[in-house]
Structures are given as C-alpha cells and as structure tokens.
Design a protein around this ligand. Structure first.
Ligand SMILES: NC(=O)c1ccc[n+]([C@@H]2O[C@H](COP(=O)([O-])OP(=O)(O)OC[C@H]3O[C@@H](n4cnc5c(N)ncnc54)[C@H](OP(=O)(O)O)[C@@H]3O)[C@@H](O)[C@H]2O)c1
Length: 281
C-alpha cells in the first residue's frame, strides 16, 4: 500500500490520518504543534519532525491546514522532500484566488497540487463520510478519485478550473454560517416571547423551505406575478425585531432590514421581496 502523508492534525486532519491508518496505509504525520501527533503515533502512524521529512517517500500528501498562508508556508517547507509525481491534495478551505495562484505556480514547477475542500466535520473525516469537492485537470480527477473515494462519502468533481472547488466550498459554508446565525435570531426571538427552542424546531420539522427551493423561487420571481411584496415582508421583519426586544443581539435580521430599506428607497417596495436575491440589482 502507498505511503500517505497528512500534514495538519487539527479537528479535521486527525480524523483523516486515523481513518487512513485504520485501512492499513503507512501514514506519516506532521503538525506544527508536535504533541498533536502523539495519538496518531499510538495508532501506528510515523511522526515527522518537519514537513520535508513527512512527505519523503509519500505517494500522496494531504494538507489539512487553517488557510492560504499556512498552506503556502508548509508547501514551501515540504518541497525538498517531495518525490517526483507525488500528489499534494489540499483540503484546507482557502481563498479561491489563493488556490488559483498556487496551482499555477506549483504546476509550472511540475508539482501536482490540487484542491479538494470538504463538507466534512471531524466525525466525517474519521468515518470517511460526507462530501469532498475536487476541481482541476480531468486526468487528475480520474487518477485520484479511487483513493479520495476511500476518504469520504462522495467525491464531487467540479471541472477543470483549479479554483472552482474553492469557490463552491465558500458558497456552501456561506449557507451553513448564515443559517446558523439565522437560527440564533429565531431562537432569541422565541426566548423573548416565550417560544422554546424545541417549539421553533418543531415548526421547522413541519415547514422547512430549502436553500435551493428559495433560490429558485427568487430567480423565477422576476417572471411571475408578485406574490409577496417587499413592503409587506419589511413589515414582517419589523414585527420580528419588535418581538425580539433586543435587536442588537441579532445577527441576520437587522442586516436584512437594512437591505430591504435600501430596496424600498430604490423603488422596489411593490416588487416581490425576491428582489433581495437578485445578484444584478
Ligand atoms: N472542522 C471542520 O468541521 C471543517 C469542515 C470543513 C473544512 N474545514 C477546513 O479544514 C481546515 C482545517 O480545519 P480544522 O477544523 O481542522 O482546524 P483546526 O483544528 O484549527 O486545525 C488547523 C490546523 O492548521 C495548522 N496550522 C495553522 N496555522 C499554521 C501555520 N501557519 N503553519 C502550519 N500549520 C498551521 C494547525 O496547527 P496547530 O495544531 O499547530 O495549531 C492545525 O493543524 C480549515 O481550512 C477549515 O476551514 C474544517
């Protein structure tokens, strides 16, 4: 079996390393804070003192680091040890422009760097479940897919653009983060008016608009009769802010109210509130 290096043993990386070990791979690990290697060493991984040492003899190098600056720093440090033809598969959530520049720079030097960010948490990386994105040359996708499929539930290839996966990854995280903040607003509004978090969740067990459904409704709205005016939706946001009592504690609704006020000011009060989702407005 191939030797595989995992660099970055944070919440996500340690699960990848442990899962690869459990499948019998020879796994070499490196982490900036060396003590984080210890649990992996107990499971049979070999800890390296430097990135260069970690990647020596590895067919694949998996990077699971904080973001671009760390990725660039670690790649610089590992390059003297990197074998010809070894892959660097970067799972870090990075700036798309950072990925594009790194891809171009490294490929020009013959280094097989590819970006494969994930919708996976620590449990997913440990259990090889969840979703891994991948973009870059299709020949690379064909070569890497069998190995990557053992590390996740599904590999979603997004085409040749090296930074496409980075762009799609932050789109997905945008929804996760905004939805979590939005749930916080609704829980706070509930707390201020005697509605429990269980009651809020019970509503959404029965009535739960999806992101793609709302997105499609918004895009179609321009060609449909008005269903729900911006003015009326703004009134509802006022009701929410008044019910929440402490609007300063909210994350999403005050910003939405500001966007709606700007849209009404610009003459969209009688239009469908879906104007909020129009990227060309
Ligand atoms: N956790 C999740 O659910 C999740 C899900 C999807 C994607 N991601 C992405 O996966 C990546 C890792 O996330 P995580 O949750 O595992 O984060 P984490 O627990 O904070 O781990 C970050 C890792 O990056 C290392 N690091 C940070 N700066 C460094 C530097 N300058 N040089 C070398 N190493 C450095 C840390 O080393 P030290 O141990 O020395 O600090 C650690 O190994 C991030 O890009 C994150 O956005 C995370």
């Amino acid at each position: 079996m191939d030797t595989i290096a995992v660099l970055g043993l944070g919440l996500l990386g340690r699960g990848f390393a442990e899962n690869l070990r459990s499948k019998g791979h020879s796994v070499r690990v490196w982490n900036r804070t060396a003590s984080r290697c210890e649990p992996l060493v107990e499971r049979g991984a070999v800890a390296a003192a430097t990135p260069e040492e970690a990647v020596r003899g590895a067919a694949r190098v998996h990077l699971v680091l904080a973001e671009d600056a760390a990725v660039d720093e670690v790649i610089e440090a590992l390059r003297p040890g990197l074998g010809d033809g070894a892959w660097i598969v970067d799972h870090s959530t990075n700036l798309p422009a950072g990925v594009a520049a790194r891809f171009e720079r490294l490929r020009a030097d013959g280094v097989r760097y590819i970006h494969a960010p994930v919708f996976m948490g620590p449990k997913n990386s440990l259990e090889a479940t969840g979703l891994m994105l991948l973009s870059g040359p299709s020949a690379d996708e064909a070569a890497l897919r069998p190995a990557l499929e053992t590390m996740t539930g599904k590999v979603l290839y997004l085409g040749e653009e090296p930074d496409k996966a980075a762009k799609i990854k932050i789109t997905g995280n945008g929804l996760l983060i905004m939805l979590t903040a939005a749930m916080g607003d609704l829980f706070r509004m509930g707390a201020a008016s005697g509605v429990s978090t269980d009651e809020v969740l019970a509503l959404f067990d029965q009535f739960s608009p999806t992101a793609s459904g709302m997105g499609r409704r918004a895009l179609a709205a321009a060609h449909q009769p008005v269903g729900f005016t911006m003015r009326m939706a703004r009134k509802d946001v006022r009701l929410m802010l008044e019910t929440a009592k402490d609007p300063d504690a909210l994350s999403v609704l005050p910003a939405v109210a500001r966007s709606m006020d700007a849209a009404i000011e610009a003459g969209f009060g009688g239009e469908d509130f879906a104007v909020l989702a129009d990227p060309d407005r």
